[in-house]
Design a protein around this ligand. Structure first.
Ligand code: BG6
Length: 488
């Protein structure tokens, strides 16, 4: 891997502590960091290099999946970590940073490949990118990359504005937009599973598939993020990004040979073929929900509007379920149901593909034990793939009996999403990052939903915490003779 300087904005922040340092350490232990690697942490507060390294060490002890009882290993890892104070508005600080980077590149004799990781609020993205450009930080001989994390805008227009600003400093192929769902190991497997298994590839189409269900349920509520979440809601927080990315990864049709460009092209195609929703049709296809008080795992929890920091009149969505259609050769006519909610019955991200019922019945009469074939991808918290088939039960006069073929991935030593993504960004592999085209098309698709919610054209349904969401979400599927699988 090429020598790299990793410039981390927001080096004393929560994301850096919980995710980025542990991910870097795990990569280091696995020999997946460049041999010549230099990290420069940036933050507002004064900190010596030693104090910075001690903070990083602490975060690794607390959050890393790798054992940290080898002090030499840790020392080796931290040896190239430096810290510099940076006020994002102060031009002099960028000049100081440039000097420090150059000095480190010289000391370590590394070419100026620089990765700028913005682990800061999105309101700072434009300013930092512009200052990187203006200060000459990104004009050295090597490559430069910008890593940012959602939210990329608040709606279609603000996303476009943000992108326009960023693209003044970085070309599209230099921007790595993290959607951490794309780093989840099972999500990364989807393309291979579909593409390299003829038995699946052949039936990945509307002739065989009755419907697709994509769910990301959480048991947590708004947590300490009232200020952020009450402005955003489930559509912006989860649906526009994570959920639509899952949809793209699942439904794109790849040819035998693929590469990152093709994956992105095919994902874009999915979004282009997604039937647009008109504002007046949102009510018929989208269920908007908000949790009220209830009990989860035996624990009583308050309703959304009683959460600290949330106004008692808030109409914010903490749940959304939607019916989508992809208007292309493979998927035309297959309803795709997507839902995500907070304070749900269980934490689970899963995809269910329900196949059509076979036309023939071997016993010549209907056997009510017959089940549809289901292909189930559990994405998190555990990873598994299950195929439900019909078999016979010899002890019951040969009645049908559903059987499950299960594959469970061992949860030990599975790299975390951030490890996968940082590794890819260091290698310059953009496959599992969101391209601007996808982001823009996703905003364009959800914009009528945002407008309809804003104008209150769609009722807000309340659901008790600890349930599977509002009853209307079940009715959305029942209208087509379907139901959510695995709700309990
Ligand atoms: C984040 C959202 O992007 O994803 C959070 O902002 C949400 O609100 C989180 O809790 C869910 O991620 P995961 O990996 O726990 O499913």
């Amino acid at each position: 891997m090429e020598p790299t300087t990793f410039v981390l904005f927001g080096a004393t922040g929560d994301l850096a502590k919980r995710k980025i340092y542990p991910a870097l350490f795990n990569l280091f232990v696995d020999n997946k960091l460049p041999e010549s690697f230099s990290l420069i942490g940036l933050g507002r507060r004064e900190l010596s290099d030693e104090a910075f390294q001690a903070n990083v060490e602490q975060s690794i002890h607390t959050f890393s999946r790798r054992k940290t009882n080898n002090p030499d290993l840790l020392k080796n890892f931290l040896r190239t970590f430096r810290y510099s104070v940076l006020d994002i508005d102060r031009k002099e600080d960028y000049q100081k940073l440039l000097k420090l980077i150059e000095q480190r590149e010289e000391e370590l004799r590394i070419v100026p490949n620089r990765m700028f990781y913005l682990s800061v609020g999105p309101e700072y993205f434009e300013k930092i990118a512009a200052n990187i450009k203006e200060s000459g930080l990104g004009t050295a001989d090597g490559w430069k990359r910008l890593v940012i994390e959602k939210p990329f805008g608040h709606d279609l227009q603000s996303a476009r504005d943000l992108n326009e600003q960023l693209s003044k400093a970085f070309a599209e192929n230099e921007i790595y937009r993290i959607d951490h769902y794309l780093g989840k190991p099972m999500v990364q497997k989807l393309e291979v599973i579909q593409q390299s298994n003829p038995v699946l590839h052949a039936i990945w189409a509307n002739n065989y598939i009755a419907n697709v269900q994509i769910t990301a349920n959480e048991t947590v509520g708004v947590e300490e993020r009232a200020g952020y979440y009450d402005h955003v809601g489930a559509v912006r927080d989860m649906f526009q990004n994570h959920m639509l990315q899952l949809l793209m990864m699942l439904t794109m049709h790849l040819p035998n040979v693929s590469n990152s460009e093709l994956v992105r092209f095919k994902k874009k195609k999915v979004m282009e073929n997604l039937e647009p929703l008109l504002k007046q049709d949102v009510g018929a296809n989208v269920i908007r929900g908000q949790y009220k008080e209830g009990s989860i795992g035996g624990k009583q929890v308050v309703g959304y509007t009683s959460e600290p920091g949330i106004a008692s009149t808030s109409m914010n969505d903490t749940f959304i379920a939607a019916k989508l259609q992809i208007d292309d050769f493979f998927w035309r006519g297959v309803p795709i149901y997507i839902r995500t909610g907070k304070r749900m019955h269980e934490k689970s991200t899963r995809i269910v593909i329900e196949f059509k019922e076979p036309n023939t019945n071997l016993t010549q009469h209907h056997d009510e034990s017959q089940v549809p074939n289901l292909l189930v991808f559990e994405i998190s918290p555990n990873e598994s793939i299950t195929l439900q088939l019909n078999s016979k039960d010899p002890s019951k006069n040969g009645k049908y009996k559903p059987i499950q073929i299960d594959f469970h991935e061992s949860q030990e030593d599975v790299p975390e999403a951030y490890e996968n993504l940082i590794y890819d960004a260091l290698q310059g592999d953009p496959t599992f990052f969101a391209h601007w085209d996808e982001v823009e098309l996703a905003w364009a698709w959800v914009q009528p939903i945002l407008d309809a919610f804003q104008e209150n054209l769609v009722p807000l349904h309340h659901y008790a915490a600890g349930t599977n969401g509002p009853a209307e979400s079940d009715a959305l599927l029942a209208a087509n003779g379907h139901h959510w699988w695995f709700d309990s």
